[in-house]
Unconditional design. Structure first.
Length: 430
């Protein structure tokens, strides 16, 4: 159990005893104050009053830590009483305890309270010194006033200024240390947030890449299982396509890891609207029926928006392959409007209901990417049981650059047959 804060500490007691001993030693060391019998030349009453004051100051200094304000006032008042009422010429020996009390108060008492305590203590010291000089000698008044002021400055002013300067420097150092610690914590928080954001982006990219290629590999593997006995030649062709899909998946993963490593020498895969036909061809290679329709130009959308459109088509085709593998799909890219670009992926109703699956992050990732470039994404079921995903991206310039129209296979290159955003919606099954 810790000692009570009102009990004198060992340090305070030692300081009090040391102050008393130093005071007596200072008196004994002054030859002009001593007679041949080594007694101080003062009357007995003044001597006992001064001695009692010194004892009381020593006792008070024992409590300088728990009660610095009271100790300062008590020691200063005792110095005043000794100097005014029992002038001996050596009454200023009581100022030694005041000096110790001033140092302790400057360390422990708030600055706003010291503005009152220190002037009061200085006044007591000055008046006590003046009274002692006037009562024990015939010194001119200007000299008395000057000596009193110098005594107050030496006992109260200079020590308190020194301690307050050291304290202010210590507080400033603590403030700088706390500020540095706060900056470090803020920096660590920003780094952690950036790392979390990068991890989220990595998860999105891995999901888009793996979901597309792995779903295609799974579909082709299921077809190979049925064809290996009935049509070995076609099964071999499908095996070659599985190998090709695996190679493309590995290449995509290598490119993603290269981007994360910021390797300037690694080739960057630029995924734009022009690479969507290759994406559709990859889906067709799995035996799925996918129709690509391009109308108008590219809508003059930037490279980031084109990447968003590419990822949306990739994820939508992967979802359709998982949940409606036997249904025909239509990919429509419409850049005919001057202020927007629209990408639509729709799959027909599946021949048989797909097995329920755990909800994934595909639709969430598509919506986050669309919002990043100021676009919108709508997805939901059609009245006939199909599924439509519509991405709308704003153009970056008033006049879009025209791209050559393309239609694969030979189908009308307009979009009147595609339904708009469905009224009802369901959770993304990805």
């Amino acid at each position: 159990m810790s000692p009570s804060p009102r009990r004198p500490s060992v340090t305070d007691v030692l300081v009090a005893l040391g102050t008393g001993v130093a005071t007596v030693a200072a008196v004994a060391a002054a030859p002009e104050l001593l007679e041949p019998d080594h007694l101080v030349v003062v009357d007995p009453v003044s001597w006992w009053v001064t001695g009692a004051a010194l004892v009381l100051q020593a006792v008070a200094l024992c409590f300088a830590r728990p009660s610095p304000r009271s100790v300062l006032l008590v020691t200063a008042a005792l110095a005043l009483l000794v100097g005014v009422f029992t002038p001996t010429g050596i009454a200023n020996i009581t100022d030694a305890a005041v000096l110790i009390a001033v140092l302790r108060a400057a360390l422990l008492v708030p600055a706003r309270e010291l503005r009152v305590l220190l002037p009061v203590a200085a006044l007591c010291v000055a008046v006590g010194q003046a009274g002692d000089i006037v009562g024990s000698s015939s010194v001119p008044l200007p000299t008395v006033i000057g000596a009193a002021i110098l005594q107050a400055i030496a006992i109260v002013g200079l020590p308190s200024v020194g301690v307050l300067a050291v304290t202010a420097r210590r507080d400033a150092q603590r403030a700088r240390t706390g500020e540095s610690e706060a900056i470090r914590r803020e920096r660590d928080a920003l780094v952690q947030a950036a790392v979390a954001q990068e991890r989220t982006g990595m998860a999105r990219e891995l999901h888009d890449i793996a979901a597309h290629h792995v779903s295609s590999i799974a579909l082709m593997s299921a077809a190979i299982e049925r064809q290996i006995d009935t049509d070995p030649a076609l099964a071999k062709q499908q095996v070659r396509q599985v190998r090709e899909q695996s190679r493309v998946l590995l290449d995509d993963l290598r490119r993603l890891v290269g981007l994360l490593r910021r390797d300037a020498d690694a080739p960057d895969a630029i995924e734009t609207l022009e690479t969507i036909p290759a994406l559709v061809d990859t889906a067709r290679a799995t035996g799925r029926e996918v129709d690509l329709r391009v109308s108008g130009g590219g809508g003059d959308i930037g490279p980031l928006a084109q990447l968003v459109a590419y990822r949306m088509v990739q994820e939508a085709l992967a979802n359709a392959g998982r949940h409606a593998p036997d249904a025909a799909c239509t990919v429509a890219l419409d850049g005919s409007a001057s202020d927007r670009f629209v990408a639509i992926v729709r799959n027909a109703p599946p021949a048989s209901p797909a097995a329920p699956s755990r909800e994934g992050f595909g639709l969430l990732g598509m919506r986050e990417r669309a919002a990043l470039v100021g676009g919108t994404l709508d997805a939901g079921a059609d009245p006939d049981g199909g599924w439509t995903v519509r991405l709308t991206l704003p153009s970056e310039a008033p006049e879009p650059s025209e791209l050559p129209e393309r239609s694969e296979p030979s189908e009308p290159s307009e979009l009147p047959g595609l339904p708009g955003p469905p009224a009802d919606s369901r959770k993304d099954p990805a």
